[in-house]
Design a protein around this ligand. Structure first.
Ligand code: AMP
Length: 290
């Protein structure tokens, strides 16, 4: 694996790979790699020839009171994991290279509507930071495919929307959430949890799965949705979570379920202490797929 800090040298290497007829697969990350990230790299390898992974803790997507400085940075460890997975090129630019004139002066890419609720409501400006950096990385790498985790369900929906709207030629692929054996979705933020919080954390998955069963038994009328989500919220609060949101919505529009909804999604975000955990579960309304 070759490592690149500079945009120009990475682009030169990608140009050579393309000249050799290789297709390019791209996995953007913020580093501190775990099995979830590595499953995206494996998917990229299955779908393309030359794999580029980026590691960049993007300041634009962190709010003023979020964990930008504390975010775990483990470059050497990440490199050896990527070598093992057969990654071809690692791109780890510094902040000045990506935002040479600072954040304030920089153009932003913004997806309206889809970013308003859920994590967008809880983290103002977060998705503008995500779409701006992803757009920029897409322009640098010019990949054939890019792989993202379904764990960040709203993020994936927002990136798909941006790509469709802006006619971005890179094909977006979503990959299922990698979990610990007790069901907790893998996340770089899990390491902030105390032992006691770590024991409570899988309850989020359990409550989501319980909610899924209740939805399957219900008529999905607005009052059912409201009753079921209230019960789930209460259940999580009783176990020590502080709920950010627990929403049951149309999986495509991320808005109210309607008669034309074909898939719904349970989206949840909650704090254990200072650590914010998110998870989700989709549910197809087409009887053939459910
Ligand atoms: P991050 O480094 O947290 O920005 O995540 C980089 C990519 O890895 C995103 O596409 C995430 O959705 C994805 N990802 C993070 N955690 C998981 C997980 N547990 N399973 C699958 N993908 C994940």
């Amino acid at each position: 694996m070759q490592s690149f800090e500079s945009i120009a040298t990475l682009q030169e290497r990608i140009r050579q790979a393309k000249q050799q007829g290789l297709s390019i697969g791209f996995v953007p990350t913020m580093g501190n790699l775990h099995e979830g990230h590595l499953s995206l790299v494996r998917k990229a390898k299955a779908e393309s020839d030359f794999i580029v992974v980026s590691i960049f803790v993007n300041p634009m997507q962190f709010g003023p009171n979020e964990d930008l400085d504390a975010y775990p940075r483990t470059l050497e460890d990440d490199k050896s994991k990527l070598v093992q997975e057969g990654c071809d090129a690692l791109f780890f630019p510094n902040v000045d290279m990506i935002y040479p004139e600072g954040l304030e002066a920089h153009t932003t890419v913004s997806v309206p509507k889809l970013t308003q609720a859920h994590c967008g409501a809880a983290r103002p400006g977060h998705f503008d930071g995500v779409t701006t950096i992803v757009n920029k990385l897409f322009n640098i790498v010019q990949a054939d495919i890019a792989v993202f985790g379904e764990k960040d369900f709203q993020q994936l929906a927002v990136i798909r929307k941006m790509s469709n709207d802006l006619l971005i030629p890179t094909r977006i692929i979503g990959e299922p959430t990698a979990r610990d054996p007790d069901g907790l979705a893998l996340s770089s933020r899990n390491q902030y949890l105390s032992d006691q919080q770590r024991q409570i954390a899988p309850a989020m998955r359990q409550v989501i799965l319980q909610t899924l069963e209740e939805l399957k038994q219900s008529k999905l009328e607005p009052e059912d949705i409201s009753r079921i989500s209230k019960k789930a919220t209460q259940n999580l609060e009783n176990q020590g979570f502080k709920i950010d949101y627990f929403n049951i919505v149309d999986a495509e529009k991320l808005d109210q379920i309607t008669n034309s909804s074909i898939e719904i999604v349970i989206l949840a975000a909650a704090f254990l202490g200072k650590t914010r955990l998110i998870d989700n579960q989709t549910f197809s309304l087409n009887p053939v797929n459910s």
